[in-house]
Structure formats: C-alpha cells, structure tokens
Design a protein around this ligand. Structure first.
Ligand code: FAD
Length: 285
C-alpha cells in the first residue's frame, strides 16, 4: 500500500520510525521492538539507513521487509550521498523485488572520512531518478526551522518545492520542540504551492545525552519550558524519561487539535516510550 493514500480520510496518520541495530548490537533486538510497535497498529513504520553508499542497504531492507511481512506497511529510507547512478539503480531494483512500495528519498550527510559525494547532489535528483523507475510512493524530508545548510527559510521552501515537483507526494519533518515552528512552516509550504500531506516528526527525549547529540546534529531550538524540564530532572533518569514522554504527548495533543495530517514518532527503538505515548493519544487520532 502506498502510505500517501492513508491521508485525507478525516483522521491523523500515526507512524513510527526505527533504526537498524548498531554494529555490535544483536539483530534480534530490532525484531522484538518491531513486534511491540506492531501491537500499537501504526499506519506505517519507516526504517532509517546510514548514509554513505550501499553498504547499509541490506540491513535496512531486511527490516523494512520484515515489517511488511508482519502486516504493517513499511517505508524504506534511502540516502543517496556517495551513491552512483548504478548503485541507486541496484538498490531500487532490490527494494522493488522485496515488494516495498514506499521510499523516503534523502540526500543524507557525507560520513566522516568519505569524500566522494556520488551522482546525486540533492534529494530532488534521487526523487526524479526513482520516479522514472517504477510505481513507488516517494516521501521526502523537510525542516520546520530550515535545513542547517540553507541560507534562509524561504530558500529552503523553494528547494522543498523542487522535491514535490520531482515527485515526492508526502513529507516528514525534522524533529522540533516548539510547535509554532511547525505551524509557520506549514503556512509557508502552502503559500509556496506545496500541497502534499506533511507528518510532524516528534522525538520524545528521554535522556540527556540524546538531547545534546540531537541538537548538535540538527540545531533544533529548545524552548525554555523544555530546558527547564531537562535541568530539573537531568539526574533522575526515570523522572526525565517520564517528563520527556509527557512533553511529547503535550506536543502531539496540540498538533492534533490544530488538525495536523500526520504524526511520525521517532521511537529511538524504545517500544516502552512509544507505548506510553500511544496510550495517551490514541483516542485523539
Ligand atoms: P536535500 O533535500 O538535498 O537538502 C539539503 C540541502 O540542500 C538543504 O539546505 C536544501 O535547501 C538544499 N537543496 C535541496 N534541493 C536542492 C536543489 N535542487 N538545489 C539546490 N539546493 C537544494 N539521514 C540518513 O543518513 N539516513 C536516514 O535514514 C535519514 N532519515 C531522515 C528522516 C527524516 C524525516 C529527516 C528530516 C532527515 C533524515 N535524515 C537521514 C537526515 C538527512 O539526510 C539530512 O538532514 C541531510 O542533511 C539532508 O537530507 P535531505 O534529503 O533533506 O537533502
């Protein structure tokens, strides 16, 4: 099923994101995570892919295939940095053979030590390439606070339009902690002629190390309400986890009340956190 067909039916599409296990972690862990997430009946689950060519494609594809086999629709992330056209052709053929219909097409960031950027300067180039190679539903990433490399939010919107013009028919946002960024972004999208459904990416922050890493990577603004919470509970892991869950629930309630089309929960492979959040918001969706 194409996940873009889930939108426009008078309810909020609720999805999860998982990532493949780190090199030394047992692969079985991700399957027990998926099993618990599946019990929450999400609309789809997406699987990330570590950028840097094709070396990480097998594990992402195996997880996305298993999710689909289990009866939940899956989305495979595909970052093109470091890929040649032949690499992408091969990946897309394997995705098609596995019966995966949904691809989140990304540029990705060049991993440390890698210098070859590959044949696709931007996600829009990959989207065009995928579009010419079959009947896939193509998703793309977007940034309520602007992509860190963009000189301005306006330029970022114009570049986002290139992705939808190339064939992306569904967007998922970068995480944000202040919903006002999302509402302003959505307004700019609509003014800029971007009409496809947009899912709001929500990341429940459940430990201090996580937030330091996230902010250094994506530069999300941390509202005072959020930093106060972190400061108060940073030495109490259980309290910080519960406060992080409550913060995410609060964001989702506000977004759903404003008629958001989709919520995409960055689960960080923590089914307990997804279960708590789902239990709190399921009746609102
Ligand atoms: P692009 O769309 O190419 O944008 C990158 C920059 O170039 C932006 O500043 C944009 O304004 C500009 N730009 C875009 N198109 C053009 C154009 N045609 N001409 C000129 N400028 C242009 N990374 C991974 O490695 N693996 C993942 O699985 C993964 N999943 C993600 C999921 C989501 C929902 C999000 C939000 C991000 C994800 N990322 C992932 C991170 C992503 O790869 C990085 O944010 C990366 O820096 C940008 O990727 P992009 O696809 O948005 O790139």
């Amino acid at each position: 099923m194409k996940t873009s067909d889930l939108f426009g039916k008078g309810r909020t599409v609720f999805s999860f994101e998982v990532f493949p296990p780190k090199r030394d972690d047992p692969v079985a862990g991700i399957y027990s995570t998926v099993e618990r997430l599946k019990d929450l009946s999400p609309d789809f689950i997406s699987v990330t892919y570590g950028a840097g060519g094709t070396k990480n494609s097998e594990v992402t594809l195996a997880i996305a295939s298993e999710i689909k086999r289990s009866g939940v629709e899956s989305v495979m992330h595909l970052p093109c940095v470091g890929m040649t056209r032949a690499d992408a052709e091969d990946c897309i053929a394997r995705i098609r053979d596995a019966g995966i219909e949904n691809i989140l097409a990304l540029r990705g960031d060049l991993p440390e030590g890698m210098t070859e950027r590959g044949d696709f300067p931007h996600a829009s180039d990959l989207i065009e390439f995928i579009k010419q190679r079959g009947d896939f539903n193509i998703l793309a990433a977007c940034y309520p606070e602007g992509h860190p490399e963009s000189p301005s939010v306006t330029e970022d919107i114009l570049n986002l339009r290139k992705k939808t013009d190339a064939g992306a028919c569904q967007l998922v946002t970068q995480l944000f902690f202040d919903n006002e960024f999302f509402y302003r972004f959505l307004e700019r999208c609509r003014i800029g002629g971007i009409t496809v459904p947009v899912s709001a990416g929500i990341m429940p922050v459940v430990n201090k190390k996580q937030i330091e890493r996230i902010v250094s990577l994506c530069g999300a603004t941390l509202p005072k309400k959020f930093t106060d919470m972190m400061a108060r509970y940073e030495d109490n892991p259980d309290a910080l986890r519960d406060a992080g869950i409550a913060y995410a629930v609060d964001q989702i309630v506000d977004l759903v009340s404003h008629g958001v089309e989709g919520i995409h929960l960055y689960t960080m492979n923590r089914p307990y956190v997804a279960e708590k959040i789902h239990a709190a918001v399921a009746s609102l969706l």
